[in-house]
Design a protein around this ligand. Sequence first.
Ligand SMILES: *[C@@H]1O[C@H](CO)[C@@H](O)[C@H](O)[C@H]1NC(C)=O
Ligand SMILES: *[C@@H]1O[C@H](CO)[C@@H](O)[C@H](O)[C@H]1NC(C)=O
Ligand SMILES: *[C@@H]1O[C@H](CO)[C@@H](O)[C@H](O)[C@H]1NC(C)=O
Ligand SMILES: *[C@@H]1O[C@H](CO)[C@@H](O)[C@H](O)[C@H]1NC(C)=O
Ligand SMILES: *[C@@H]1O[C@H](CO)[C@@H](O)[C@H](O)[C@H]1NC(C)=O
Ligand SMILES: *[C@@H]1O[C@H](CO)[C@@H](O)[C@H](O)[C@H]1NC(C)=O
Ligand SMILES: *[C@@H]1O[C@H](CO)[C@@H](O)[C@H](O)[C@H]1NC(C)=O
Ligand SMILES: *[C@@H]1O[C@H](CO)[C@@H](O)[C@H](O)[C@H]1NC(C)=O
Ligand SMILES: *[C@@H]1O[C@H](CO)[C@@H](O)[C@H](O)[C@H]1NC(C)=O
Ligand SMILES: *[C@@H]1O[C@H](CO)[C@@H](O)[C@H](O)[C@H]1NC(C)=O
Ligand SMILES: *[C@@H]1O[C@H](CO)[C@@H](O)[C@H](O)[C@H]1NC(C)=O
Length: 414
Amino acid sequence: MAAPGGRGLLLLTAVLLGFLQASSTFDVRDGDRTCILANFSVKFTVEYDTKSQKQNASFDLPQNAAVLNNSRCGNKDKSPVLVVGFGKGHSLTLDFGKTPDSYSVKNLTLKYNMSDDAIFPNSTGKEMKEAASDPDMHAGLNTTYTCVHSHRITMPNVTALFKNVTLEAYLASNNYSHKQTSCKEDQTPTTPSTPTTTHVPTTTSLAPTPPSKKPDKGQYNVTGHNGTCLLASMGLQLNVTYNTKNKTKSDLLMNIPLNTTYSGTCDNGSVMLYLFLESARLTFHFVQNASIEKYFLQGININIALPSEATEMRYNVTNNSLSELKATVGKSFKCVAEETIWVSDRAAVNVFDVQIQAFKFEGDKFGAAEECLVDENNMLIPIIVGAALAGLVLIVLIAYLIGRKRSHAGYQTI
Ligand SMILES: *[C@@H]1O[C@H](CO)[C@@H](O)[C@H](O)[C@H]1NC(C)=O
Ligand SMILES: *[C@@H]1O[C@H](CO)[C@@H](O)[C@H](O)[C@H]1NC(C)=O
Ligand SMILES: *[C@@H]1O[C@H](CO)[C@@H](O)[C@H](O)[C@H]1NC(C)=O
Ligand SMILES: *[C@@H]1O[C@H](CO)[C@@H](O)[C@H](O)[C@H]1NC(C)=O
Ligand SMILES: *[C@@H]1O[C@H](CO)[C@@H](O)[C@H](O)[C@H]1NC(C)=O
Ligand SMILES: *[C@@H]1O[C@H](CO)[C@@H](O)[C@H](O)[C@H]1NC(C)=O
Ligand SMILES: *[C@@H]1O[C@H](CO)[C@@H](O)[C@H](O)[C@H]1NC(C)=O
Ligand SMILES: *[C@@H]1O[C@H](CO)[C@@H](O)[C@H](O)[C@H]1NC(C)=O
Ligand SMILES: *[C@@H]1O[C@H](CO)[C@@H](O)[C@H](O)[C@H]1NC(C)=O
Ligand SMILES: *[C@@H]1O[C@H](CO)[C@@H](O)[C@H](O)[C@H]1NC(C)=O
Ligand SMILES: *[C@@H]1O[C@H](CO)[C@@H](O)[C@H](O)[C@H]1NC(C)=O
């Protein structure tokens, strides 16, 4: 019988194909230390010229792709790099970078060999070509970046479709960290929130915000193994001053939109909140001082792309000696008035109508609010006016009573 045999063959082919498409693991080592681990499958589509027309070549990163020896763990001066080679001289390069709290694939490069007839039949070019772009892959340090869904990266003439991505650089141990951050594509509304995964705030307003407008109030929460460790409700705005090419200064004002993806981590010593915008990354680092029972915002990192008229492409600044949004452990910090947190002499975060709490919670709700000084002063004015009025009434009353007593006494003497 042909049918069962045919089906068996089909099944075998499916199993083989499944095996071939499975993601492979790449690791970069320096002696005994593993510094980069990555698992992914990629489908490339490359547009190239033939004599008659433009043509598309589609190919997968093959199973036998291997880590090349120009990969490195890096050091103070050089950042870690993963280079995966395959076929006739093709390679895929991932350049990593980090801030004090997070890391990212700064640049993704495909180098391809136009002489490879199997992939680029009838190509008029025979040279090596390369295409690169920022792949938008990032996570907090000691956190694994994962992306099961397709993540499309577009480069000049090349599209790379990543699937089943698990990766981590700057590894602390020789294995993936337990904490995970998932990519935007994996975030569906039905996914239950697991510790420290990224989520999009529930409220949405998709209207573009003119910079002069106040930012919308976003809701942020971070959950760790012991439950909620950060709850915040606040409007955020970045203000970065840059030098322009025609030697003037200009301010870049950016409101943080409500659809911003964010993630965070919790441990005994610090609470992190990471915001991932299309053209900026923003990190908040909270610490607590057990001896005085206070927590506060100690660090901010801003990494922001500047407009094309700026002399630099990006501005990256960290200040880890702040003492902002301070409150008693177990209570929340509240400020209705706008607060400006200076990160450097040319970058500030404007915080609007904030209520925030980090570390310890009773349940998942804000504890008693501790008002900021500005709000207290604002509340002081009505109190002073009220007290003054009450005082006035009292004086009039006493004057009246004394007057009445005197006149009464007067009648008696008559
Ligand atoms: C992704 O990984 C899962 C489990 O490891 C596997 O079943 C699936 O086929 C993979 N998908 C792709 C596109 O590699
Ligand atoms: C990475 O890929 C290998 C197969 O090459 C598989 O054994 C392993 O489970 C994968 N790991 C993850 C985290 O997907
Ligand atoms: C790296 O590999 C290439 C060829 O695969 C070889 O020629 C070269 O010597 C190697 N370099 C080092 C430092 O091992
Ligand atoms: C490109 O492919 C051609 C043809 O297969 C091969 O001879 C050549 O060595 C390859 N170039 C590189 C840099 O590997
Ligand atoms: C390459 O060119 C030959 C003749 O010029 C043509 O027969 C063949 O179909 C082309 N192959 C592809 C894949 O375009
Ligand atoms: C967020 O909304 C803005 C429009 O307000 C849109 O341009 C942007 O692509 C959105 N970003 C995400 C991650 O959905
Ligand atoms: C932005 O910062 C500049 C100084 O660096 C300041 O003059 C300007 O008023 C700030 N704008 C806002 C909206 O905070
Ligand atoms: C979680 O709670 C336990 C018991 O209170 C404590 O020992 C541990 O340090 C806490 N862990 C974190 C990350 O806060
Ligand atoms: C905690 O606060 C006290 C009083 O301000 C200070 O002396 C101490 O250095 C702080 N401890 C830490 C770990 O910051
Ligand atoms: C960091 O912030 C503190 C407090 O606002 C300030 O004194 C210090 O100069 C800032 N550091 C840098 C590098 O701008
Ligand atoms: C935290 O955010 C998630 C997702 O937006 C939401 O489901 C959850 O209820 C929030 N938790 C709290 C305590 O607000």
